[in-house]
Design a protein around this ligand. Sequence first.
Ligand SMILES: Cc1cc2nc3c(=O)[nH]c(=O)nc-3n(C[C@H](O)[C@H](O)[C@H](O)COP(=O)(O)OP(=O)(O)OC[C@H]3O[C@@H](n4cnc5c(N)ncnc54)[C@H](O)[C@@H]3O)c2cc1C
Length: 602
Amino acid sequence: MGVVRSPSVSRYAAGRLSPIRRIADLRRLRDEQFDVLVIGGGVTGAGAALDAASRGLSVALVEARDLAAGTSSRSSKLIHGGLRYLEQLELHLVHEALTERGLLTSRLAPHLVRPVPILVPLPPASPPARVWQRAYYGLGVAAYDVFAGVFGSGRGMPLHRHLTRDGARRLFPSLRADQIVGAIRYFDGQVDDARLVVNLARTAASLGAAVVTSARVTGFLREAREVVGVKVRDLESPDSPEFEVRARTVVAATGVWSDDMSRMLSDVGVRPGFRVRASKGVHLVVPRSAITGEAGLILRTPTSVLFVIPWGGHWIIGTTDTDWQLDRSHPAASARDIRYLLDQVNTVLDRPLTVDDIEGVYAGLRPLLSGEADSTSKLSREHAVVEPMLGLLLVAGGKYTTYRVMAADVINRAVRRLGGPAQPSRTDQLPLLGADGFAAAWRDRLDIARRHGVTAGVIEHLLERYGTLTVHLLAMIEADPALATPLAGAPEYLAAEVAYAAQAEGALHLDDVLTRRTRISIETAHRGAETVAHAAAVMGDALGWDAAVRAREIEHYLARVEAERQSQKMPDDLTADAARLGVPDVRGYAADRGIDLLEVEL
Ligand SMILES: Cc1cc2nc3c(=O)[nH]c(=O)nc-3n(C[C@H](O)[C@H](O)[C@H](O)COP(=O)(O)OP(=O)(O)OC[C@H]3O[C@@H](n4cnc5c(N)ncnc54)[C@H](O)[C@@H]3O)c2cc1C
């Protein structure tokens, strides 16, 4: 049962995913038998690892690539009930999601999830239709607020408001006057999806979970008709043999890779219990200056809805919703996807956006439980837990917002299987690392800035990304003032964030840092090309990379950016996929990487 942390080790130190911790956790994978082994370091898997660890179970989490490398870094970044589900009368889903939204903003991760205002524009219509339209949307949004407030502990979100055309255009001057007669403003939550996953995994690690990335599961260990563990390949040491990890229960939280898990058991005739289909969603990132507005927008499209959401100094515009059967690790956005998004958003903007406005593009795959409908946008957003073979639980579907519910469901099943006293989930009471004391730190941010000789803007940036763990980045800067330098080509980020990502957040490659620990790869028109040398120097120092490793990391990152650019010029999915696949994943050819075991403990 649970690995008890020594009282002399702080929760923060125990939650550092450092290079030395990876080595220790790899050793644990070989030596221990875990109560629960989770496959997949997306939001569902990281959430499941945290749920299990916080119940006192011994837990391991293995992720083939990087934390959040799959869908969980490629979402619309909304923590939301889903107005669309309200319209489809899936009231229980809306209720569940709004409850989670309330918990995340108020207790679990107030440093990472914050309110964002969103406008529902009301298009021109005849006077009677206008009244009906406002009443219809107004009722929907009011119901949303009621669900959040009455049933969903929706603290922290202001209530909705009706706006006239002038009122809407004051809040969003770029809205075409002839396209609206008014709007309704409501609030939802916004999150840096990749950062929340890292935070979940670190919080699980702080409670004793072994967390190992670049660890691909290649098969299951079986005794009679029971799964008793997995076979793992360490992709950072491709020449080392696969090894076995033993566990009383294996939980596969592998999103769009879920069918692979059941396929690994096809020789014993195991039926999966559910199938997961992938639906591609593409987002564009444009600079904040390209659109003038103080709120987001939600627009109806022929197939789904389109969000235009403020994101720091940028806007995120998305998404598409199309079936995808090509490479799942690197889903590619084609020129057609990009054109579609520009056409949709341009219907309401007074200055149309062009491809020249685009800074970043990203594509993600929705894991949809298939079977219910042919059109991907109608497939179920609900999640499911199945046990296709004794000892193996599969969990998939759902959405980012409800990760905690999925995690609790699957670990409830695991606990029942393990026997012993039933421990209820307590993750609704468990603030993530960096959440404790956040409100006070935010209040004192000017003082903190003064004490550390940095601007208030720097402290705000750090607090909104690290919460109260900011003190550790400030301590690093105090020890090495060069880490206060803004990153080349992405001055809103500090060099310290790259060093910290490598020393405490489990980042192993430049791609991890530029794409997920920071979002430089989608927030800059150069997509990180102008940052890569600086980041390699800082990360190389933190991890003890020699010149060859640094050069190879840079080369790989630049090749990836180029392959993505090429794919985005291709007319359709097939050609875009072929262009993207020209560059293989960075993991798997890094055998000679040196890790500096003498890195300094904070
Ligand atoms: C375009 C788009 C927009 C979205 N927007 C929102 C939104 O705004 N709000 C919201 O609530 N939800 C949103 N969603 C849904 C949400 O992002 C997903 O439901 C969620 O991220 C799925 O997480 P997951 O952990 O189940 O899967 P993933 O994040 O894909 O994680 C699965 C992990 O398993 C790993 N894995 C696979 N095979 C193996 C193996 N053999 N060994 C080890 N590891 C393995 C993968 O590398 C991957 O990291 C959106 C989805 C998309 C695609």
